[in-house]
Design a binder for this molecule. Structure first.
Ligand SMILES: [Fe+2]
Length: 231
């Protein structure tokens, strides 16, 4: 079942102190969404190392890069929502009147908060080592969100550019096909953020969608969006 050969078979931790980010367990909804959800994670840059076909839907293992094939960190699992969780989400939606005229106002407020700030609630971020790769990916995702049968209407993309202040960073982003006309700004400098909201993965307080974040940090700056939060 392994799709990617082990390029690095070491499973040692990089440091004897502290911890490493181990794994994240994600879930898609209907079994038929499994392949599209896995395809999205691959597009985001994760490396699929295993796929187990199961009656309730495929189980996948991904790693953040191929160096983590044999390691115990940097892992993302993806599987179908277990049936009790499907029932719980349905009960929550019914109790809150979601989609009805009696919908609890808290639902609209929560969704509005996320539309305005996609990282205001549960989300997971990945660091991308190349700004050019991130820009290419965003352009691809915009195209897929409009034209791809599996992704059309199921992906929403939002970008934040770095706060202004560094002439070289500002000039690079002004010339960017993704960030050049971006009017949203990150909570910091010297980095950019891209958010992908998708209902192909079920998470969040209402169990209806997941927010992924892809970040790039300009090299050489100790003070950047992921090191110092600015209000
Ligand atoms: Fe974030």
């Amino acid at each position: 079942m392994a799709l990617v050969p082990a390029k690095d078979t070491t499973n040692a931790l990089p440091s004897p102190e502290g911890r490493a980010m181990g794994h994240l367990a994600l879930h898609y909804g209907p079994a038929g969404d499994g392949p599209a959800a896995a395809r999205l994670l691959t597009l985001l840059g994760l490396v699929e190392t295993q796929m187990l076909p199961l009656p309730q839907g495929n189980f996948y293992r991904f790693v953040v890069n191929s160096g983590h094939f044999a390691r115990g960190d940097g892992i993302v699992y993806l599987s179908a929502l277990p049936e009790p969780q499907v029932r719980l989400i349905a009960a929550m939606h019914a109790a809150l009147g979601i989609g009805t005229a009696q919908q609890d106002p808290a639902v609209g407020a929560y969704r509005a908060m996320l539309a305005s700030d996609p990282e205001a609630s549960f989300h997971f971020g990945f660091l991308v080592p190349s700004l050019e790769d991130l820009e290419d990916l965003v352009l691809t995702l915009h195209d897929l969100a409009e034209n791809d049968p599996e992704f059309r209407g199921r992906i929403t993309i939002t970008a934040n550019r770095a706060r202004r202040g560094d002439a070289a960073v500002d000039a690079r982003l002004d010339a960017s096909p993704v960030f050049g006309d971006c009017t949203r700004f990150a909570y910091g400098r010297n980095g950019v953020q891209v958010f992908i909201e998708t209902d192909l993965v079920k998470a969040g307080q209402l169990g209806e969608c997941m927010h992924f974040e892809l970040d790039y940090v300009f090299p050489g700056a100790g003070d950047h969006i992921l090191s110092v939060v600015e209000l």
